[in-house]
Design a protein around this ligand. Structure first.
Ligand code: VG1
Ligand code: CO
Length: 544
């Protein structure tokens, strides 16, 4: 194989964030930009020689071009097998599974997840290690460091590969497998859930459902599993064709971006169950007729009901949630005497806990949940979990949720995002909050007495690595919390997130509308951060 060495100069902005490197497509299209980053990854890994690599993405604009570039760089760096999803497509959880199943060295997943796609929108790339999970900070710091000094990359002289035909072939010693992106993942799902029960419940119309793939990667997965394997009627999956620009929308499964679906579920035409998923298929939004399940509650309910699901029927080892996720799952863990871990935001922090078998289920407030079946969050898995639960308990989503609140109380929850804030202003807000922290403990704001105020620092219990500045937490004596964090996935300015939660025990309080129930906390958060004065914004960009 002929290998060219191509000179380039480093870029100074290739620091991966919460989930890989995300930038505008136009940034990735700059000369050598993608190639530099990919070479920086390979340079930082021990030895790629003779290894296999999984490759695929969420199908957004620039996916195909990027894959052709990566194939050539991977070949030049000594990989001898590339496992690629047909059409260049792989959902994030499917890629994670393929890495594990094939004992690959790692994988490159091309996605900017919930960020919009298209020529003027976002692109992203993420490296996953051999356990199938996102590379930890130890790796991503090394990638960044290397990207600052790189001055050349290697490329094999190959023609572009046909990505659209399933095939297995060799080019000059390099084995390439173009595989169906769905089959292995669908087989895995069938080992976790009771597919016979699901088939029966769906065909008898005990469960009617609607799945919104938001023109992103889960379309083919949901069609295969829900419609073909489980017999849901054709048309159950809406917006099921992956498009390079996701049809112009944000593939972010929440009440704002999946508005149509939310409207349906609060109308008299609502089916029993509905769900939506994000750009790369790792998130989910779960709805029942007249009810929206907050992701934090969804995790807690899964933990409390795991024994109904075949794969978890013998019990779960423990649970984990990201720090800003509500404490609902902690209450379940306490009741069932399960270990419960609080990690920083981002799936990479769950990997060690899952590998060490300390936890079985984990999740985040941002519509992501998963288990030890892969090392990524998994949207369709969560959907199948809920369907299996409804089928087994023979109860509606609303009944399951209400019973849960009765037993454990409810953590009323909301997140307020201020997007595209000037970075300097955002940093000033955080510095101001940091200064305030030492003065806050013991202070009272009406019914809210501050119990602690700190900046979250995580020490990984397995490798003892430390991650600092993972968000500002203000905890109240009544169990309520306010958390402030800067997003690590945005591509324009800074996105400031305010997470709010209030715990209520009494049945009369359950049914409150979250924004009303949280009104005092919201006001306090705005007062402490001075967010409105400092940004000039009158309200958050997105409330979920
Ligand atoms: C967001 C979410 C976080 C999630 C991350 C990647 O990060 O808050 O919970 O893990 O996206 O998810 P941030 O730093 O913007 O808050 V995905 O579905 O974009 O791969
Ligand atoms: Co995602």
């Amino acid at each position: 194989m002929n290998i060219k060495t191509i000179s380039s100069s480093p870029y100074d902005d290739q620091k991966p964030g919460t989930s890989g490197l995300r930038k505008k497509v136009t940034v990735f299209q700059q000369p050598h930009y993608l190639a530099n980053f990919v070479q920086s990854i390979f340079d930082s890994l021990d030895n790629c020689f003779g290894q296999s690599l999984v490759l695929g993405g969420d199908g957004r604009y620039y996916n195909r071009e990027a894959i052709q570039i990566i194939i050539k760089i991977a070949a030049a760096n000594g990989f001898n097998e590339l496992i690629i999803g047909q059409g260049g497509l792989l959902s994030t959880p499917a890629a994670s599974h393929l890495i594990r199943k094939n004992k690959a060295y790692g994988g490159l997943i091309l996605s900017a997840s919930h960020n919009a796609g298209g020529p003027t929108e976002d692109f992203g790339i993420k490296y996953n290690i051999s356990n199938g999970g996102p590379a930890s900070e130890k790796y991503t710091d090394a990638f960044f460091k290397r990207s600052l000094e790189i001055n050349a990359y290697k490329m094999a002289e190959l023609d572009d590969i046909d990505l659209d035909t399933q095939a297995e072939f060799k080019i000059k010693g390099l084995k390439i497998r173009i595989i169906d992106p769905v089959t292995d993942y669908a087989e895995l799902m069938a080992t976790i859930f009771d597919f016979d029960l699901l088939k029966e419940s769906i065909s008898s119309q005990y469960i009617s459902l609607c799945f919104d793939a938001m023109h992103a990667i889960t379309g083919p997965y949901a069609k295969r599993i829900l419609e073909e394997m489980l017999g849901a009627p054709k048309g159950t999956v809406i917006n099921g064709e992956p498009l390079e620009d996701f049809g112009g929308g944000h593939p972010d499964p929440n009440l704002v971006h999946a508005k149509e679906l939310a409207q349906l579920m609060f109308s008299d035409k609502a089916p029993v169950f509905a769900a939506a998923s994000d750009g790369d298929g790792d998130r989910n939004m779960v709805l029942g007729a007249n009810i929206f399940v907050t992701p934090s509650d969804s995790l807690a309910i899964m933990a409390a009901n795991a024994h109904y699901i075949p794969a978890y029927s013998k019990g779960i080892r423990g649970v984990a949630r990201s720090m800003p996720t509500s404490q609902a799952v902690d209450r379940v863990a306490k009741a069932y005497n399960l270990p419960c871990f609080e990690t920083p935001t981002g799936w990479k922090f769950f990997g060690n806990l899952l590998d060490a078998d300390k936890i079985t289920l984990c999740g985040e407030e941002s519509f992501g949940s998963g288990s030890n079946h892969v090392r990524e969050k998994d949207g369709l898995w969560a959907v199948l979990f809920w369907l299996n639960l409804i089928a087994k308990r023979r109860q509606s989503v609303a009944d399951i949720v209400h019973e849960h609140w009765q037993k454990f109380g409810r953590d009323i929850y909301s997140r307020h995002d201020y997007e595209a804030v000037d970075s300097e202003i955002a940093n000033d807000i955080f510095n101001h909050l940091r200064e305030l922290l030492p003065t806050l403990t013991g202070k009272n704001f009406d019914e809210y007495a501050i119990n602690y105020a700190d900046e979250f620092c995580y020490q990984d219990p397995i490798d003892n690595s430390i991650s600092e500045q993972q968000g500002i937490r203000i905890g109240f004596k009544n169990g309520s919390r306010i958390v402030f964090r800067l997003s690590g996935t945005g591509t324009v300015g800074a996105t400031l997130r305010i997470y709010l939660e209030k715990f209520v025990k009494e049945k009369t309080e359950y049914q409150q509308e979250p924004q009303q129930a949280l009104a005092n906390l919201i006001e306090l958060a705005e007062q402490l951060s001075e967010i409105k004065q400092r940004t000039g914004r009158l309200e958050p960009t997105v409330i979920t």
